[in-house]
Design a protein around this ligand. Structure first.
Ligand code: ADP
Ligand code: ZN
Length: 437
């Protein structure tokens, strides 16, 4: 068997005790750093009656106050900065998916550590300096492009800074330069795959071997679809601007969740309603403490992403804790007719049972005091040319399956091929008109 390759074997395969020791040492230093340099943090800690002396190691983490996106918005732009601006070299910003954008700052060391995390992800996906890595995440304030770009450079890949969009040009470069690794959002990967097929290419015609996809929720079924379309192995990557960007966690060849870079981020799962820390294996909100970041260090940052942590032994040899694919954010969750609905539950039904195209949209509205709930599903060309009877049967089955999974009825609208807008970045799956009134 070939020897396993890691970017940083010592860290990625470190025994738990040793990792806890490392985390404790870094946490103590980090708490002192924010206490000394960020008045906003000192105030939050004082309000909770905790001082740096109370934090002696990871076992004391729970004593610290949480910090949330609302705090970051309040502190915008410089309120949480922990280093003089003269020591900062970069600003990135969130995509603003759920409201006002948040900005994050980086020292050179922060950038190096971030890129190092991404290099681990690329290596875990089989990337080496022999690879041609096509980065079609957006470049700019969004962390996707710069993050994957920096990581690919570190690994020594030939890096194509394509940014997102202009899909035909993406494909031309991909074919001409024989790209071997594709990095973008999963929804854009599906779009690229679809366009390739339309241009007459078969999955085996391209040189791609792996894709590194993240920045938005995607289901296991979506992974199968993309792997089939592009003829590759598709790896998940997770991160958020507040904690650096992509690379906070990454998938290995086992494809059963993402290893968290625990030497830089301590992960906890909490009950989103009570803030109580939940035991390993529980589903809840993911909270991160960044223990190495200098310019913008966050302690107990509430991500609002819902997932499960596991220390089950991984066949790749990494000992880093694993997180499941986030099933969506707590604030992505729709409450329709009083029932909690995650778009990912709907995606699972669509792709698994119907082999539908991964193009759908959920439209929620309110008529009087009653919620309306519609799922628009795009038919593939094949389905579109089927008899009316078979399309009706499809609609009926879909409707029944949705009721079974969610407990509420949705109006299913099967729409023509190509009628749902494609995404080059984060896909917009939900249109909630109730918020507009
Ligand atoms: P915004 O919060 O405005 O979207 P970011 O661009 O920083 O800003 O996005 C970070 C968020 O994107 C995460 O909190 C998470 O909800 C989502 N995300 C990132 N990677 C993944 C992934 N692999 N799977 C699911 N969701 C992801
Ligand atoms: Zn693994």
């Amino acid at each position: 068997m070939a020897e396993k390759i890691y970017w940083n074997k010592e860290i990625e395969t470190m025994e738990l005790d040793k990792m806890k020791e490392l985390q404790s040492e870094r946490l103590v230093r980090q708490v002192k750093h924010v206490w000394d340099n960020v008045p906003y943090y000192r105030k939050l800690m004082e309000e909770k009656g905790v001082t740096p002396e109370d934090i002696k190691g990871v076992e004391d983490l729970h004593k610290l106050p949480f910090i949330s996106k609302a705090d970051l918005r309040e502190g915008y732009p410089y309120g949480l900065l922990a280093k003089p601006l003269s020591e900062c070299v970069r600003i990135q910003s969130t995509s603003g998916t759920t409201g006002k954008r948040v900005v994050a700052f980086y020292t050179q060391n922060d950038v190096d550590l971030w890129e190092d995390c991404v290099a681990r992800a690329i290596t875990a996906a089989g990337g080496t300096k022999e690879d041609v890595c096509q980065v079609c995440y957006g470049y700019g304030l969004f962390t996707g492009g710069p993050g994957l770009h920096g990581g690919a450079h570190k690994v020594g890949c030939l890096t194509l800074p394509m940014s997102s969009g202009n899909t035909e040009r993406q494909i031309q470069f991909m074919m001409d330069l024989k790209s071997t690794i594709l990095c973008c959002t999963p929804s854009y990967a599906a779009y690229i795959g679809e366009t390739l097929a339309e241009m007459g290419y078969k999955p085996e015609d391209n040189s791609l071997k792996a894709g590194i996809f993240g920045a938005e929720p995607w289901t296991e079924e979506m992974r199968q679809e993309i792997q089939k379309l592009l003829g590759i192995k598709a790896y998940d990557i997770y991160g958020l601007t507040e904690t650096s960007g992509p690379g906070v966690a990454f998938e290995c060849e086992e494809q059963t969740g993402m290893h968290i870079n625990e030497d830089n981020f301590i992960a906890e799962i909490i009950d989103p309603d009570t803030g109580e820390v939940l035991p390993e294996g529980s589903k809840g909100e993911l909270v991160f403490t960044s223990i190495t970041k200098e310019a913008f260090p966050l302690l107990r940052y509430r991500t609002r992403d819902i997932c499960v942590l596991s220390r089950k032994k991984c066949s790749c040899g990494r000992t880093l804790v694993k997180m499941t694919k986030p099933m969506g954010r707590s604030d992505d969750m729709l409450i329709i007719k009083g029932v909690n609905v995650f778009p990912s539950q709907i995606e699972t039904v669509l792709l698994k049972d119907f082999n539908a195209t991964p193009n759908y949209q959920i439209v929620v509205d309110r008529v009087g005091s009653v919620d309306t709930f519609e799922i628009k599903v795009e038919l593939s060309e094949d389905m579109f040319s089927d008899t009316i009877k078979s399309v009706e049967a499809l609609e009926k089955k879909l409707s029944a399956d949705i009721v079974q999974i969610l407990g509420i009825r949705a109006k299913i609208s099967l729409v023509e091929p190509k009628s749902i807008p494609r995404s080059e970045g984060k896909a917009v799956r939900v249109i909630d008109r109730r918020k507009l009134v």
